[in-house]
Design a protein around this ligand. Structure first.
Ligand SMILES: C[S@@+](CC[C@H](N)C(=O)[O-])C[C@H]1O[C@@H](n2cnc3c(N)ncnc32)[C@H](O)[C@@H]1O
Length: 398
């Protein structure tokens, strides 16, 4: 049996109960492709890190609370980094309370050069109505590569491609749009990109374009809307190699009619679009939809789960056989998202979730449902996920 077959037979979801600081160092080095974590936020009310309180830095001023949080996170991030493959990446959810401190800490542990993005995630579209000030409706995702030069993260998504953005239809049924072949960025002009300012030849009747004159063609130079000289995005050689992907048209510009050249941009199968750094709740879900997802599966047993849409988008930035790790797993959203993606695309992703046996609040829905620790919540969800979507579930000892 080949290594890939053996790996595909492993369960999609594995859970380890324990303090992540003890579990992480025991994991094989460089065995993980993607880490997602949603650490406890430092709200100032109930930040309780026993280790830090024992060392006397957990209470008191705002500064000491930040210091305690960073002290809690540093060794965990250092241990987590060791588990990451050189091609891997880390995503961390964080809100305004610690984003600045976390960014500096990640610069320290992962290196500033490995910073990938700070994404704004709109999880509360109505905005927080309590208290003074703005109705905060977003938090952040900080993204770092283990090694930016090796990282396999693909920051594009097929889900964002909208067929309506490709309004034209070729005779053979293929959808496309026309994009100006001229570089619309004013930074690029005949002074800064001299070799890209050259004449092309086109016939607006037939649409044909060539780098050489042909019968019926007119000379076309790249110009901005105001008539000032511009540059092309394609070299003459590329135009000659791909004549089917360019078209000459008569257009009505600001200064009257003119002939211009356009790229035929096709909606080909498998087309993807770059992910922006603002993720709206309409695309990834919200805290409300996350609560509803959890409720459908196991009940309203956790206050602040993340939506599976957020995790599906994160996990999908890595290949379909990625090994994923979430060491602040909470209600197990990451494992749920991994199973949903595998079920949808036939992938063989695996997810290792870790959560401590933090007691649930007495009288809470979870406690009343017999789930006495958060680890019980993680377990019950990942078991329900395996029953509903397949892929299996296994519990391991630390
Ligand atoms: C903000 S929640 C994560 C929620 C999760 N993303 C979800 O969608 O349900 C943080 C979790 O970290 C767990 N936790 C806190 N300290 C931990 C530690 N030292 N080791 C393991 N888990 C810990 C808490 O029990 C809590 O469930």
């Amino acid at each position: 049996m080949g290594a890939r077959t053996a790996r595909a037979a492993r369960p999609w979801n594995v859970f380890i109960e324990g303090d992540n600081l003890e579990v992480l160092p025991a994991l094989p080095a460089r065995s993980v492709d993607l880490i997602y974590i949603d650490p406890p936020y430092n709200t100032g009310n109930e930040f309780a890190y026993r280790d830090d309180f024992r060392h006397g830095v957990g209470q008191g001023s705002r500064a000491t609370r930040h210091a305690a949080w960073v002290t809690m996170m540093r060794p965990r991030l250092q241990a987590a980094r060791e588990t990451l493959a050189l091609t891997g990446a880390l995503f961390v959810s964080i809100d305004d309370n610690e984003v600045a401190h976390l960014r500096l800490l990640l610069d320290e542990v992962f290196g500033e050069d490995n910073f990938v993005a700070q994404i704004v995630v709109n999880l509360n579209p109505k905005g927080r109505q309590l208290g003074w000030g703005f109705a905060t409706s977003h938090e952040y995702l900080l993204v770092y590569a283990r090694d930016l030069t090796e990282c396999r993260l693909d920051a594009t998504s097929a889900d964002l491609v909208n067929p309506a953005d490709f309004p034209l239809v070729e005779a053979d049924g293929r959808r496309l749009r026309h994009l100006p072949l001229r570089n619309t960025n004013k930074k690029f002009n005949p002074v800064t990109a001299r070799t890209m300012h050259f004449p092309l030849w086109g016939d607006p009747g037939s649409g044909r374009v060539s780098a050489e004159p042909f019968p019926g063609s007119v000379e076309v130079l790249p110009v901005f809307g105001d008539g000032s000289p511009a540059v092309w995005r394609w070299s003459a050689a590329k135009v000659e190699r791909q004549p089917e992907d360019v078209i000459c048209k008569l257009i009505r510009g600001r200064r009257g009619e003119r002939v211009d050249i356009f790229q035929k941009d096709w909606l080909h199968p498998g087309r993807r679009k770059k992910l922006r750094t603002i993720w709206p709740s309409e695309e990834i879900g919200s805290t409300d939809t996350a609560v509803a997802e959890l409720k459908t599966l196991v009940g309203h047993v956790f206050e602040s789960p993340k939506p599976t849409g957020l995790l599906r988008r994160i996990v999908a930035t890595m290949p379909a056989d990625a090994v994923v790790l979430d060491f602040f797993a909470g209600s197990g959203t990451t494992g749920h998202a991994v199973a949903l993606l595998n079920a949808a695309d036939g992938g063989t992703r695996q997810c290792l979730s870790i959560n401590s046996a933090e007691p649930t609040r007495p009288g809470s829905n979870a406690a009343r449902a017999g789930l006495t620790t958060v680890a019980d919540i993680t377990r019950v969800r990942l078991r329900a996920v395996a029953e509903q979507f397949g892929g299996g579930f296994e519990e391991r000892r630390p």
